[in-house]
Each structure stands twice: as structure tokens, then as C-alpha cells.
Design a protein around this ligand. Structure first.
Ligand SMILES: Nc1ncnc2c1ncn2[C@@H]1O[C@H](COP(=O)(O)OP(=O)(O)OP(=O)(O)O)[C@@H](O)[C@H]1O
Length: 602
């Protein structure tokens, strides 16, 4: 058991809920002593009542006082238990909030390339499986419970020792096998869950496919329902049968433990009977000793289960802290402290890319190979090439999303890896192929492009006009306050092209010096695309623009065109230069032009 993670957890608890934790500890100590107090009171009550029945002179008031005391103690125990539960809930909610926030902060601060690692996804999934606060409270509550049980067992042992030392030995012998078996199964369960995560994640993915609107069209059209359901059943059953097998083995072991405990109980009873036959025990002592033996055995059982629970959950705690400290050295070329340079307030020389090569994590194939080019401030660059030629990868490297590349990317001779991340992103904007469709209002969807100006409605409207979104937003019932998407009540679904115009507006809303457009107009018809491009280029004259488009007619308007093939730049120049070259660009352009001509004449 690695106690260091448990210690880290307690440090956090101390940090976030010192008073709650202290109060809870005091309550556990009082509850730990309470069984001994109850035993003594019960013993006295029975002794005095027995004497009363036998006609011996006993003070009625003293019996009444003992009964009242017994009542008061049981009420106090009940109140303390409830207060303890309330304190635990407070602590749980606080921990859930603080640690969930830490986990989400981790997600938004790790390098983008972490999301290419499936083990990072699996780890994230394991951590977020269930309520974090509840899972963290289990070892905390359990540790405090162990403290309570140790106090209780000590008091039972002292009590039993006053009767006969053999009773102490019998009670303690029960402890060892119970502890071993429960710890063994606790760890087995955790490792099983860990091994099951990839299959569970895939099963969850299939469930989400079966339940989403987006997938439901293809599922019906291609009649995928039955196949996906079978795939899900296979994964589900595989995990379930492993879980059930372990549960069966665990319960067989528990049956053995119960048999062993029963045997020990018989031995203790024989010892008690021999004590009575030799006249060493009064009725009250006999009853309370019986209670003490049972109490000791059940407390031992509880200690063993609770320690096993701590063990099982400390593995979760370990997993959580490992996630919070997850660090993939190869994906961190420069940490934030080393990023000391500012982004030029106005780019003078431009961008220079030198011998850029890039591998995706855990991939042996180069996605980019020896890319070199330079771009003047305000220049409009089109990147063209066949599917998989490396266009999006190049754009992501230029955006600073990946930093584990070979070669250099500089802006006014400053290595982008040395520029403070916030400043870099303040000066860059863009729209991705898989842009987001935020299920929020239009104003938020566009305003997210410049979060500090989220409430500047007039500026949002101006930008929306530039992207061609304003005309249909005006027709929505609540215009810019209309919620988009169907996920929440009252949302309006847009067409693919309309969503794309909203995403384009979001990209334009930031006054950045560089803009990246990765197929920003794929959902628009060609004429609208060209018109939008012209409008866009005229309003963003000073902005250095990189755009990827599969429509060669759009690339034509660029000042410089980069032609990518298998991760390399095979040609670069203006449209006229490249057409004269009669190479790859010419081939692609002609192919598209012919296609349109053929379509026209048919
Ligand atoms: N996340 C990833 N992990 C591993 N390899 C990837 C990843 N994304 C892309 N690749 C690979 O990198 C190469 C370049 O992909 P990229 O997406 O940059 O191409 P593209 O030119 O933008 O293609 P498209 O026109 O289809 O969008 C491809 O071989 C692709 O398989």
C-alpha cells in the first residue's frame, strides 16, 4: 500500500476542510469509546435488576438513574452518528468541487498532443468514473472509522482481559485471515477495473453512438443497429463475466471466514461456560461479556473490511494523483517558465518555417517532412494537397498546438516555442475542420472568439455580418439570444453551412494578426464560398491568413500557394506560377476544372 498518496489526500482534506475534519475526528473518538460505556452500564443495570428480583436491597433511584444514563448514551450516539454523516457530506461536496476543478484544469492545461494518447484518455476516463468527492471520501471516512474501531477494540480487549486472557486471544486470532482475504480482493477488484477500462470505454462509446441524434441517421440508413448492439453486448458481457467470476471467488472466501469466526465463537462460549461453572461470573458480567465477544468480533471484521476498503480506494487515490501529475516528457519541449518572449505587437518580418518535421505521438510515420517556407505579414497563403498530405498537421504546428517537432517556426525571428502561450493565442485565431457547435446562444457562439468581449453585442453583430451569419440570425426568434443546437430545450438547429458561418464569425471576432482557416467553407456552395472569401480577404488585409481548401478556385485568390504531398512541400508559388509549372498543382486544378466543365455540359 503506497501511503504517500493517502497522505497527499489527507493534506488536501486538511487544506480544504480543517474544521470539518477535526470535528469529525473528535466525534469518531467519542463513538469509539461509546461501546465500552454501554457495556458497563448494561452490566450494572442487569446486576442491579437481578438483585432487585432476588429481593436484595437495591436503591430504585439508582436503577432508574442507570436506565436514564443508558438512554442518554444511546441518544448521544445516535445524534453523533447523524452529525458525523452531515459533516462527511459537507466535506465530500467540498472535495468534489475542489478536486473536480483540479481534474478539469489539468484537461485544459496539458499540451494538445496529450489528446492523441489513448492511455491519457483511459486514465481520464477512470478518474471521472463516478463522483470524485464520494470516491475520495471513502478512504477518509474509512481511516477515521479505523481510528474509531481501534479505540472500540482496545476497550473490548481491556474489558475481556478482566474476565479471561483466552477471550482476548480468541478475538484477535480472527483478525489475520479476514484482513488478508479482504485486502487481496480489494486490490484484485481495482486491477480488474483498470484492465477493463479500454473495453468499458468502447462499450460506452457504442452506447453514446446508439443514443445520439447525429449517429442515428447513419445507424438507420446502413442498418448498423444490430451490429453495434452485438459489439456492445460482447464488450459488456466480457467485462461482466470477469466481474462476476471475481465476486464468486470473493464470496466463497467470505463463507470460509464466516465458518472460521463461528468456530472461534464456539471456543469463546465454552470458555465462558467454564467460568460460570466455577462461579467467576455474575449475570450482568456474563451478558456483557457475551456482548463484548460479539462486539470484538464484529469490530475486527469491520477493521479488516475497512482496511481493505482503504486499500482498494487508495489505489483510486493513487490513480487520481498520478493523473493530476501526468507528465509525458517527450511532449513538453518548453515549459511555461521558459516561454519568456512576447508576441510582436505588429509583425514586421513575417513567419519563417525551417526544416519542419513532425511525428504524431506513438506513430512511426512522419506526418511532415522537411517543410521550409516564409510568409510576409498580411500575406494570404493557401495550402492545398490530397487527403492525408499533412495540411491540417502543418496548420496545427504553426498554431503552436504541437511543440514536439523538429526544425523551427519563427515569427519576426522569435521561436514560437519561446513566446508566452497566452500571447501566442491572443494573436492567432482560426476555424478547424471539426469546429465546435456550442449548444449556447448565438452571442456566446460568436463571442467565445474573444471572451473578454463576450458582452459587446454590436461588435458581435458587425463580425457576424462579415461572416455572412447575420442574415439568418436575424430571422431567429430571439436573434442573438437564441440558443443553438438541439441538446437543450428551446434550442434551434442550424444547417451545416449556417453553423460554419457562425464558426467563421467566432474566428473573426478576435483581432488577431494571424488567422488559420482549415476548410472553413466546406459546407458552403462554391459560389457562396468564393464570394465569402473575397469579402473576407478585403476585410482582413493586414491579417496573415493560412487557409486550407479542397476547392482549387478558392486557392487561386491566394498570393502564395503551398502544395503538399506525403507531408512534403512539392511546389509553391502564385496560381499563375504553379499553372505554368504544369506540375502537381496544375494536375489538381485541371482535374477539378474538367469535372465542373463535364458537369456543366452533361
Ligand atoms: N491524431 C493523429 N494521430 C496520428 N496520425 C495522424 C493524426 N492526425 C493525422 N494523422 C496522420 O497524419 C497525416 C496527415 O494528416 P492531416 O490531417 O494533416 O492531413 P490533411 O492533408 O489535412 O488531410 P485532409 O485533407 O483529409 O484533411 C495522415 O497520414 C494522417 O493519417
Amino acid at each position: 500500500m503506497k501511503l504517500v498518496y493517502l497522505k497527499n489526500l489527507f493534506t488536501l482534506v486538511w487544506q480544504y476542510g480543517k474544521a470539518l475534519f477535526l470535528l469529525s475526528t473528535i466525534i469518531k473518538i467519542i463513538l469509539g469509546i461509546s461501546p465500552l460505556a454501554t457495556l458497563f452500564i448494561v452490566q450494572e443495570v442487569i446486576n442491579q435488576v437481578t438483585e432487585l428480583i432476588q429481593g436484595e436491597s437495591v436503591e430504585y433511584m439508582s436503577v432508574l438513574f442507570l436506565l436514564l444514563l443508558q438512554f442518554a448514551v444511546s441518544v448521544l450516539i445516535s445524534i453523533l452518528n447523524h452529525v458525523d454523516s452531515i459533516l462527511a457530506i459537507h466535506l465530500e461536496v467540498r472535495l468534489d468541487y475542489k478536486i473536480s476543478k483540479k481534474v478539469s484544469t489539468k484537461s485544459i492545461t496539458v499540451p494538445f498532443s496529450y489528446f492523441e494518447l489513448s492511455q491519457f484518455y483511459d486514465h481520464q476516463n477512470r478518474i471521472k468514473n463516478g463522483n470524485i468527492g464520494t470516491r475520495l471520501m471513502i478512504p477518509i471516512k474509512a481511516t477515521l472509522d479505523v481510528l474509531k474501531y481501534i479505540i472500540s477494540i482496545s476497550s473490548y480487549v481491556i474489558f475481556l482481559a478482566t474476565i479471561h486472557w483466552g477471550l482476548v486471544v480468541i478475538s484477535l486470532i480472527a483478525f489475520i485471515p479476514i484482513l488478508i482475504i479482504k485486502a487481496k480482493f480489494g486490490s484484485a477488484k481495482f486491477y480488474l477495473m483498470r484492465n477493463q477500462t479500454p473495453a468499458a470505454r468502447e462499450a460506452n462509446y457504442i452506447t453514446s453512438l446508439l443514443n445520439t441524434r447525429q449517429a442515428s441517421k447513419e445507424i438507420r440508413l446502413f442498418r448498423l443497429g444490430e451490429f453495434l448492439l452485438q459489439k456492445w453486448s460482447f464488450l459488456f458481457k466480457k467485462n461482466n463475466s470477469q466481474t462476476l467470476r471475481l465476486a464468486r471467488r470473493e464470496y466463497y472466501a467470505f463463507i470460509l471466514i464466516d465458518l472460521f469466526s463461528a468456530l472461534l465463537y464456539v471456543a469463546a462460549s465454552l470458555l465462558l461456560i467454564s467460568q460460570i461453572s466455577r462461579g467467576f461470573l455474575a449475570v450482568g458480567q456474563f451478558v456483557s461479556t457475551g456482548q463484548a465477544i460479539q462486539g470484538a468480533q464484529s469490530t475486527i471484521n469491520m477493521i479488516a473490511s475497512t482496511l481493505a476498503r482503504i486499500y482498494e480506494n487508495q489505489l483510486y487515490v493513487e490513480d487520481l494523483f498520478k493523473y493530476l501529475n501526468y507528465y509525458e516528457p517527450t511532449l513538453h519541449k518548453n515549459n511555461e517558465q521558459e516561454k519568456t518572449m512576447s508576441f510582436p505587437s505588429k509583425v514586421q518580418k513575417g513567419i519563417n518555417v525551417g526544416n519542419l518535421s513532425f511525428y504524431y505521438p506513438h506513430s512511426s510515420k512522419k506526418a511532415l517532412h522537411n517543410i521550409s517556407f516564409s510568409v510576409k505579414p498580411g500575406e494570404k497563403i493557401a495550402i492545398v494537397g490530397e487527403n492525408g498530405s499533412g495540411k491540417s498537421t502543418l496548420v496545427k504546428c504553426l498554431m503552436g498546438l504541437y511543440n514536439n517537432y523538429e526544425g523551427t517556426i519563427t515569427i519576426d525571428d522569435i521561436d514560437i516555442q519561446k513566446i508566452k502561450t497566452n500571447e501566442l493565442y491572443d494573436q492567432m485565431t482560426g476555424i478547424f475542420q471539426d469546429y465546435m457547435k456550442y449548444q449556447f446562444t448565438v452571442q456566446e457562439n460568436i463571442g467565445f472568439g474573444n471572451i473578454s468581449k463576450l458582452d459587446q453585442l454590436q461588435q458581435i453583430i458587425n463580425t457576424s455580418e462579415k461572416s455572412g451569419a447575420d442574415s439568418f440570425v436575424r430571422n431567429l426568434p430571439k436573434q442573438y439570444s437564441s440558443r443553438l443546437g438541439r441538446l437543450f430545450q428551446g434550442g434551434y438547429e442550424l444547417s451545416g453551412g449556417q453553423w460554419q458561418k457562425i464558426a467563421l464569425a467566432r474566428a473573426l471576432y478576435k483581432n488577431a494578426q494571424i488567422i488559420f482557416l482549415d476548410e472553413p467553407t466546406a459546407s458552403l456552395d462554391p459560389l457562396v464560398e468564393i464570394e465569402l472569401f473575397r469579402q473576407f480577404l478585403s476585410t482582413t488585409k493586414d491579417v496573415t491568413t493560412f487557409y486550407i481548401s479542397h476547392r482549387m478556385a478558392s486557392a487561386k485568390v491566394a498570393e502564395k500557394i503551398l502544395v503538399l504531398k506525403n507531408g512534403e512541400i512539392v511546389e509553391s508559388g502564385s496560381h499563375t506560377e504553379l499553372m505554368n509549372l504544369q506540375g502537381e498543382y496544375h494536375r489538381m486544378y485541371q482535374a477539378q476544372a474538367n469535372w465542373y466543365l463535364e458537369k456543366d455540359s452533361s
